[in-house]
Design a protein around this ligand. Structure first.
Ligand SMILES: [Zn+2]
Ligand SMILES: [Zn+2]
Length: 128
């Protein structure tokens, strides 16, 4: 089924958990669709891993998150695909790479955010 953002992605998947808004950035979705097409494996954001509105960002104390610009995803993706996914994100110009491993739980974050001097370095890779 065709998504309403791109071939494989729909606004509903990226909805903010508190209000349902999904103001995703066109360039981000274009690049994410290139990753999705080449990867050949379906994925959606985890809950809260798509768009986040200003209120949600304040409540989670994460004012400079690329999720607030509609330029980030925390994909629900089996970790055996992480390497291929990250490689494709690099190829298609993603600038932020976060990796979490906590109590046997794994999550990755990728974004296309620009640098904010002193607040948000880019390109950048980090753990969380
Ligand atoms: Zn919200
Ligand atoms: Zn994230």
């Amino acid at each position: 089924m065709m998504g309403d953002l791109s071939r494989n992605f729909s606004k509903a998947e990226f909805a903010c958990p508190c209000c349902g808004q999904a103001n995703m950035d066109d360039d981000f979705i274009l690049r994410l669709q290139l990753v999705r097409t080449d990867l050949g494996v379906p994925f959606s954001p985890v809950r809260g891993g798509g768009y986040r509105c200003a209120l949600y960002l304040r409540e989670t104390n994460n004012e400079y998150s690329a999720h607030g610009e509609g330029k980030a995803i925390d994909p629900d993706l089996d970790r055996r695909h992480y390497h291929a996914f990250m490689r494709l994100c690099l190829r298609y110009g993603f600038t932020g790479f976060g990796m979490k491993q906590k109590s046997g739980q794994f999550q990755i974050h990728v974004d296309t955010a620009q640098e904010i001097p002193g607040k948000r370095p880019r390109p950048w890779a980090w753990t969380y």
